[in-house]
Design a protein around this ligand. Sequence first.
Ligand SMILES: NC(=O)c1ccc[n+]([C@@H]2O[C@H](COP(=O)([O-])OP(=O)(O)OC[C@H]3O[C@@H](n4cnc5c(N)ncnc54)[C@H](OP(=O)(O)O)[C@@H]3O)[C@@H](O)[C@H]2O)c1
Length: 252
Amino acid sequence: MNKPLAGKTAIVTGVSSGIGCATALTLAQAGAAVVLSARRRERLDKLAADITAMGGKALAVAGDAGVEKDIDQLLEQTINWCEGGGDYDIVVVNAGRGLAGGILDSDESKWEELYRVNVLGAARLMRRAARHLVGRMGGDIVVIGSAVGRNISPFSGFYGSSKFAIGALAEALRREVCAHGVRVSLVMPGIVVSEFQEVAGYDEANFGKSVAQFGRLLEPQAIADGIHWLLTLPPHVNVNEIMIRPTGQSFP
Ligand SMILES: NC(=O)c1ccc[n+]([C@@H]2O[C@H](COP(=O)([O-])OP(=O)(O)OC[C@H]3O[C@@H](n4cnc5c(N)ncnc54)[C@H](OP(=O)(O)O)[C@@H]3O)[C@@H](O)[C@H]2O)c1
């Protein structure tokens, strides 16, 4: 069967869990060779082995999405891997973390790390990938924002501010590169059940009860399917942004 992303190479960050993992598998099933990035090496190796076992191609590069030299190494290893067989075409800027609480009560000791990964690291990867793709006159940068990056919530105010920033960066970048055939798409998930909640510090008391009214929440696959859809549109069609929420999620 003809696979829509055959011949393409996609870098996906934050693949050791949740949305990134589902996206890497989905893009591999669609025929893309995938470069897998996150800090937990053993999970990357397992995912790479799973993709290879299903007949796909994967390279695992462990690193921190908020550290400049790790971002450079990810791109350098990708190019070396592609050499002779092409180049990279797609970058999914997904790695990130949440933080429970508002400006008054979120854990301030996590603020710096959150911005380092969600904003600065993401922006560094976007800039480097965009420069490269502009040189090739085409490609895709998919940036994972959030519904709280459009509708700020008092229950995740500091985190939400980082997603407002990444949304602005994505649109700014899109305006800079669109004339060069490079598409930039912002994907804003609503509530997706993943390791995100535990890492952010959500529990039954501060999260479970408030979202119970929303009914069934999203699985990471719903976001991966959205990403697959926008990547397989004709190259002259750029879905600039999509918000994907559970049907019952009224806010944010
Ligand atoms: N879940 C939601 O409700 C939701 C809603 C809106 C937006 N989002 C966004 O969607 C993205 C993915 O979230 P998720 O729900 O899939 O969460 P998740 O299950 O916790 O996955 C987060 C991924 O990011 C990686 N990561 C975190 N910090 C990193 C760092 N410093 N360096 C490298 N990798 C790092 C983690 O890998 P390692 O720990 O192995 O490094 C993991 O693979 C995030 O940007 C998040 O803000 C999530």
